[in-house]
Design a protein around this ligand. Structure first.
Ligand SMILES: [Fe+2]
Ligand SMILES: [Fe+2]
Length: 623
């Protein structure tokens, strides 16, 4: 605090100092006796203390920190020794010297206090900066910005607006209001970004407004203060500081409005230059944090959009898997969150942050994306032979029949031309042979059609297939092959399912494609495990899975959880070209069986079934 127009005081400890007291009074000083009750509250004014022989300076120095100490005895520990014979002029000199000393001391104290306050504000600013940089959630960030800036400036109330330029007309979104004097009945609202309102004016002009009293605004200003709210609440705003929050391109991203700044004693005070500068620095930090939060949100939305588009692309190729990825993602996230809540001690320490859950969800959504790299005829293959190949075989069989018939006719003609004996007997034999051969061909065809289905192949059918391959067939280019060729035999000989070993490997390669595709994407650190999780959904605990044959704990936990949900959904979802859907209870027994055989995690299957996740999944599947 400044000594300003204040007058100094003298403190005398003895009546013997009366001529000092008189000279001081003559100069406009106050005079206190050391035992005066008033001295306590005026001790800062004391510029000179006159000590008698008995008084020691040490105790008094603590009390009168800005004063000089004088005594008549040379033995005293005072600053100055004044002779008892000192005349009026000498005493006045002493008083002037003391006053100079006192004023300098007051100034030094005041500067030290200011330096302390600035240092504290700098510390607060850097603490706030650190706090702001940790927030990703926008609402929490805005709350911190307003609360901390009000704290630093000691303001009773404040509001925060964000600029929204995404619509046709720019608007200000009233995001937050705080006031220590009453509970603000806050509702988020939008107002046009025009200079008609105080916040709008600051947002559009980029100017700061430092208003001493909003009820005494100068006439002619484009904006006015809307007092309807205050009238309703019985509140009175006087001083107001409104400042824009600008990003690095100097674009206004929002407006901070502070009202009723108070000093330590609670008295209303203006927003001085120093606090304006502090709040300006804070507004700059706030703008950067708001923009960073918006960028993070944009990136997340971009990822979300990209993931959804990728899932749609896979499902477009194979409509029978429609919804599979979304259901697996949903159930995997639900199931993994149930693990730490279960009684199983294995999962007690499992902590799942929101980032970890997002990572798992994206991995599950994209787990089958690699199917994009599998040929469609393999991906959608319903039977062992493709439709085209079966058609070719049907023509070959028909051609073979025609050839047999033609040969029989030729034989009859030959009999007629050569007037053979017993021609009728010979013709009947030709017919009989033809019927037999045609019937055998029919049998062959039935075997081919039956073997073509993805059901279990009978041994008898397999023998038939070998015979059919041995049946000679003259191809159109003159080469002799079997009625079915080696490739047909290989495909039809698959004992279960519709895929040859090569085709099965091609389907299985989707996991490798998934992992390779996802590894190319620049995932942020918190999502960096997505390729590893998604790429391990076909690994099995005993090492029999693919692509890497990982064992037990080598498989990420999220992938083990996903495997359970993936198997269940694949079994129960709508019919696929290559297999029919089965009931929820049948699928549950298959899961139990696979867990017993050590392929998937028994504990995770138990939690899945106990939580009846399979039933809620079925409801989703059946719409
Ligand atoms: Fe898969
Ligand atoms: Fe899948």
């Amino acid at each position: 605090m400044l000594s300003g127009g204040r007058r100094p005081a003298i403190c005398v400890t003895d009546a013997g100092f009366s001529k000092f007291a008189e000279s001081a009074r003559a100069l406009g000083w106050q005079v206190f006796r050391h035992d005066d009750g008033l001295i306590e509250e005026n001790r800062e004014l004391v510029a000179l203390v006159m000590l008698d022989d008995e008084s020691a300076a040490a105790g008094a120095r603590v009390l009168f920190q800005h004063a000089l100490f004088a005594a008549m005895s040379a033995d005293s520990d005072a600053d100055l020794c004044v002779p008892a014979t000192a005349d009026t002029e000498q005493i006045r000199q002493l008083l002037r010297h003391s006053e100079g000393h006192w004023r300098r001391n007051l100034k030094v104290t005041q500067l030290a206090t200011e330096v302390g306050i600035r240092r504290q504000r700098l510390r607060q600013l850097s603490d706030i900066g650190a706090q702001l940089s940790t927030h990703v959630n926008l609402d929490a960030l805005l709350d911190t910005i307003l609360t901390e800036s009000r704290n630093i400036a000691n303001c009773e109330g404040g509001s925060l607006y964000l600029a929204d330029r995404t619509g046709e007309e720019p608007t200000l979104v009233f995001k937050l209001a705080q006031n220590d004097a009453f509970v603000v009945p806050f509702v988020e609202a939008r107002l046009p970004m025009t200079s008609a309102s105080i916040a709008g004016y600051v947002a559009t002009s980029g100017e700061e407004l430092n208003i001493a009293d909003v009820y005494s605004l100068e006439p002619g200003l484009p904006f006015r203060f809307n007092r309807s709210f205050e009238d309703k609440m019985g509140y009175r705003t006087s001083s107001m500081l409104v400042m824009p929050m600008r990003d690095h391109r100097q674009e206004v991203v929002g407006v901070l409005q502070f009202v009723n700044r108070r000093d330590r004693s609670g008295k209303l005070v203006d927003f001085d230059q120093e606090i304006v500068e502090v709040l300006r620095a804070l507004a700059g930090q706030a703008a950067i944090s708001i923009q960073r939060s918006a960028l993070v949100r944009n990136i997340n939305e971009l990822f979300e959009g990209f993931v959804r588009a990728s899932v749609k692309t896979i499902e477009h190729r194979d409509p029978s898997t429609s919804g599979h990825s979304f259901r697996v993602a949903e159930s995997t996230v639900q199931l993994i969150q149930l693990l730490p809540q279960s009684n199983n001690s294995r999962f007690r320490g499992l902590v799942l942050s929101s980032e970890a859950l997002r990572e798992i969800r994206y991995a599950a959504l994209l787990h089958d994306f690699g199917k994009i790299g599998v040929r469609e005829e393999v991906l959608l293959k319903a039977n062992k032979l493709s439709g085209d190949r079966l058609e070719v075989l049907r023509y070959r069989f028909e051609l073979q029949r025609e050839r047999l018939r033609r040969r029989a006719v030729e034989k009859e003609l030959h009999l007629l031309h050569h007037n053979a004996m017993d021609i009728e007997v010979a013709r009947r034999r030709v017919h009989r042979d033809l019927e037999k051969q045609l019937s055998l061909l029919d049998d062959y065809w039935v075997s081919v059609v039956r073997a073509n289905k993805p059901n279990l192949l009978e041994d008898g059918d397999f023998q038939h297939l070998i015979e059919i391959r041995e049946e000679r067939f003259l191809d159109l280019d003159g080469t002799i092959t079997g009625l079915i060729d080696d490739h047909d035999l290989l495909a039809l000989s698959v004992r279960r399912g519709s895929l040859t070993p090569t085709e099965r490997r091609e389907i299985e390669s989707h996991v490798v494609h998934t992992r390779e595709f996802l590894s190319v994407l620049p995932w942020p650190t918190e999502l960096s495990a997505i390729p590893a999780i998604a790429g391990a959904h076909h690994e099995r605990l005993d090492g029999s899975g693919y692509p890497d044959g990982l064992i037990g704990e080598q498989i990420p936990l999220a992938a083990r959880v996903m495997a359970v949900c993936d198997i269940f959904d694949a079994l129960t979802a709508m019919d696929r070209p290559y297999k029919s859907a089965i009931s929820s209870s049948q699928a549950a027994s298959i899961l139990q069986d696979e867990a017993r055989r050590g392929l998937i995690d028994q504990d995770i299957v138990d939690i899945f079934l106990e939580a009846r996740l399979h039933e809620s999944l079925m409801k989703v599947v059946n719409g």
